[in-house]
Design a protein around this ligand. Structure first.
Ligand code: ZN
Ligand code: ZN
Length: 303
């Protein structure tokens, strides 16, 4: 996994709409991830100041020794840090959940299963990144793209996403079409939007397994310029019968906290969802979207 240490070349973050009064940011990295230096209290203080009432801390857990978050911070230390912060901040109206973003690959699925059997999180995101042997690592990506049709280029990525959903290990799949980040700028978001069927298998796997779809707003600060997945894919998920959705900013820096989250919630509202509905382990969670975003009957313009 390439660490998310800063902007990619060509990233042009626009103005953050400074999300306020939102019920949840469900994807955040602290200094317990190798690619973030943010102490947990910094996010909690920003959440308090901006009226964001719940956070899921989802530091990276990797399973390939070549990946940066392999054995980075021991489970017990991560858990203690997050649970201690949760105790400090609950009286101030900020709920903090202990989660993780686990990098999935079929080749180490057994290790993920074993990890989750031994360790309990409040909330788990399964994400596919550019695993070390993949064609998506920076040294291989240009040769991989050259002369191949788009369906062949994205196939290994989405195959892993389908595996992650079908594994049933995760509450949510993170940044479903993150492959577009690796493909930019050679293959842009519009080119992928022209081939919506390429996302049908991953979206159907989410629906069938009851795994939630995450709207990850970090794409809004990347050069792809749209959420992961794209708004059209969120609508397609709903058409396919998907009901479980959640949203997160995937912040790795204080200035990225809740970045674009207001827009991410609107993507959900525009697709017809009226709330965030997902699981935290065995616990079903349902959180209404702010009233200002909800569309009458799930469709049409806001009133
Ligand atoms: Zn990720
Ligand atoms: Zn992340």
């Amino acid at each position: 996994m390439s660490p998310d240490t800063g902007p990619d070349p060509g990233d042009e973050p626009g103005e953050d709409p400074q999300a306020r009064d939102l019920p949840l940011d469900a994807h955040l990295h602290t200094d317990q991830s190798p690619d973030s230096r943010v102490p947990i209290d910094v996010y909690a203080a920003m959440a308090e100041a901006r009226g964001i009432t719940e956070l899921a801390i989802t530091d990276h857990v990797d399973f390939d020794a070549r990946d940066p978050a392999y054995d980075y911070v021991a489970f017990a230390d991560r858990e203690r840090t997050v649970r201690d912060a949760a105790e400090r901040w609950a009286p101030r109206g900020v709920l903090i959940r202990f989660g993780a973003e686990l990098t999935y690959n079929a080749s180490w699925e057994a290790d993920v299963r074993d990890h989750l059997r031994r360790h309990r999180y409040d909330y788990t995101i399964g994400s596919v990144h550019d695993w070390p042997d993949s064609p998506y690592v920076p040294s291989r990506i240009r040769t991989w793209i050259a002369g191949r049709p788009v369906e062949e280029i994205v196939a290994p990525y989405f195959e892993q996403v389908v595996g992650a959903a079908r594994s049933g290990l995760f509450d949510t799949i993170g940044h479903l079409d993150n492959v577009k980040r690796y493909l930019a700028p050679e293959i842009g978001a519009a080119e992928l939007a022209a081939r919506p069927e390429l996302l049908d298998a991953p979206l159907a796997a989410l629906v069938e397994s009851g795994t939630a779809l995450e709207v990850n707003t970090s794409g809004l600060r990347h050069r792809v310029g749209e959420t992961y997945p794209a708004p059209w894919a969120v609508a397609r998920y709903r058409e396919l019968g998907g009901t479980r959705v959640v949203a997160g900013s995937d912040a790795h820096r204080p200035e990225w906290f809740a970045w674009g989250l207001e827009a991410g919630y609107r993507v959900l509202a525009d697709a017809g969802f009226e709330g965030l509905t997902f699981r935290r382990g065995a616990e079903p969670v349902s959180i209404a979207l702010p009233a200002r975003m909800r569309h009458v009957g799930g469709h049409g313009p806001p009133t």
